[in-house]
Ligand binder design. Structure first.
Ligand code: NOJ
Length: 492
């Protein structure tokens, strides 16, 4: 560096030059051409994923579809909740969202240009059964027939989630939604019906997305639909009905789907990361992974609630029969895990043998306050699932982040923080596959910006920027990054 240029000026000039070159190349094919001196097409040693690794992207019905009153769709608890002033930032609703219901063909082309080979979407229960149960609405199911056909025509495998939080309002009104066993039963029936009609083309179904979010936030903390704050006994029973609904859905899909259909779930487990990778802390993190997920993943995998969970709940423990536990633990073909943040754990001398290490105030997070950065969560999450429960097929069903995402004057969103986040997380996922942990695929959340629940449209998670006024989708810098990862089948 010339002594005439200060370090600061150098940094400024260098970053401006980098920005200019990114602007001209980030979205052109030139970016992926090898340069004369460096063969970028050669795989970067040690950064490749296994051959056939399935790269995908994800969305969910209420967050993208809009068209809430079309083709006989019934209201969901999210329609009701978001229309109550004060529940969602800026009183936003999913009435229009990304208008994906009408623009799905355009959106499939976005996937195609990324090079993804799979798409995880969810089916809106109230489109198929407007009242939750009873007479199905064939026009509602037709939308998913059209979407699935379009995906397959573009060589993209459909992965369908049956419940991503848009419970038919009628089930909430009659019996209190998941507070009632009738909802578990209705969910099983709906799941079987959908599998019967789509499994000629959809080969992978997820029953429920994130028990750990919709039950906790919707029925205990009250910041998601249906906005309840149930007392502990009723709340633990609600948790139980959710896992029971999952088990009934597994059985119904098995009974109705075409042979070869695979069934799993997509759960946001608490991801227990050993604070330091020593045998003691690893052991503690493994114990913690069972206990801190006792109410959902552990009971699903083991067919029993842990003693510690039942003891801590005391007289508020859920009421259940041995038959319930058998249903809940119906065998699965694969496990999906949604992973965003780590929970650091250390060994201690308590009865459980672990303790959670609190995050200091300065701990870094992305635009969403809860989204603490911890790339190694993408290593330890699948490793725990494989080692504790001997699961042979794992998918990362969500991973991604929010960023402030402001378009630059040239119209491009230079979300370098999202690229940093993804690169580091994928590095840890690659480590998992290199260690032989059977992760078969990865679905990036999200294909495009969308309705982020109680945050409305303020927190953006997309690879594509959505201008909600015009519905124009524009690829961000992170879309170019992900395209490169997929093309190389390696961390780029
Ligand atoms: C998990 C949820 O499944 C999804 O709906 C949500 O948008 C993302 N996390 C980001 O918060």
């Amino acid at each position: 560096m010339s002594r005439k240029i200060s370090r600061r000026t150098f940094a400024k000039v260098a970053s401006t030059a980098a920005l200019a070159s990114t602007a001209t190349t980030a979205f052109s094919s030139v970016a992926s051409q090898p340069s004369a001196s460096l063969d970028m097409s050669a795989p970067a040693t040690g950064r490749e994923f296994p051959k056939g690794f399935l790269w995908g992207s994800a969305t969910a019905s209420y967050q993208v579809e809009g068209a809430v009153n079309e083709d006989g769709r019934g209201p969901s608890i999210w329609d009701t909740f978001s229309h109550i002033p004060g529940n969602v930032v800026n009183n936003a609703t999913g009435d229009v969202a990304d208008d994906h219901y009408h623009r799905y063909k355009e959106d499939v082309q976005l996937m195609k240009s990324l090079g993804v080979k799979s798409y995880r979407f969810s089916i809106a229960w109230p489109r198929v059964f407007p009242q939750g149960a009873g007479a199905p609405n064939s026009k509602g199911l037709d939308f998913y027939n059209r979407l699935v056909d379009e995906l397959l025509a573009n060589d993209i495998q459909p992965f369908a989630t049956l419940y991503h939080w848009d419970l038919p309002q009628a089930l909430q009104d009659n019996g209190g939604g998941w507070e009632s066993r009738d909802t578990s039963k209705a969910f099983g029936d709906y799941a079987g019906y959908v599998a019967e009609h789509l499994s000629d083309r959809v080969k992978h179904f997820f029953t429920i997305n994130e028990f750990g979010a919709f039950v906790e936030l919707g029925y205990r903390i009250g910041i998601h639909a249906p906005g309840l704050k149930l007392p502990p006994g009723r709340f633990n029973q609600t948790r139980h009905h959710a896992v029971l609904g999952h088990g009934l859905a597994v059985q119904a899909i098995r009974a109705k789907a075409k042979p070869g259909t695979k069934i799993g779930l997509a759960e946001n487990m608490t991801i227990c990361v050993p604070i330091i990778e020593t045998p003691q802390h690893i052991e503690a993190a493994t114990r913690a992974a069972r206990e801190l997920n006792a109410q959902y993943m552990t009971v699903i995998q083991e067919g029993k609630y842990t003693d510690a969970y039942l003891a801590a709940a005391g007289s508020n423990a859920p009421k259940f029969s041995p038959e319930d536990l058998k249903i809940i633990s119906s065998p699965l073909d694969f496990v999906g895990i949604n992973i965003y943040t780590p929970t650091y754990v250390r060994a201690d001398s308590s009865a459980l043998g672990f303790t959670v290490v609190p995050q200091p105030k300065s701990y870094p997070h992305m635009a969403s306050w809860w989204l603490s950065i911890g790339p190694e969560a993408l290593y330890w999450g699948p490793r725990h699932v494989a080692k504790i429960w001997n699961v042979k097929e794992i998918y990362i069903t969500e991973n991604g982040c929010s960023s402030s995402d402001v378009p630059a004057p040239d119209g491009i969103v230079y979300d370098s923080d999202r690229v940093m986040y993804l690169r580091n997380y994928l590095t840890q996922l690659q480590r998992a596959t290199a260690d032989g942990i059977p992760v078969h695929g990865y679905f990036l959340w999200s294909l495009m910006d969308n309705f982020e629940w109680a945050d409305g449209y303020t927190n953006r998670f997309g690879l594509h920027y959505v201008d909600y006024a015009s519905q124009k989708r524009t690829p961000k810098l992170s879309a170019a990054f992900y395209r490169e990862v997929i093309a190389r089948n390696a961390v780029a």
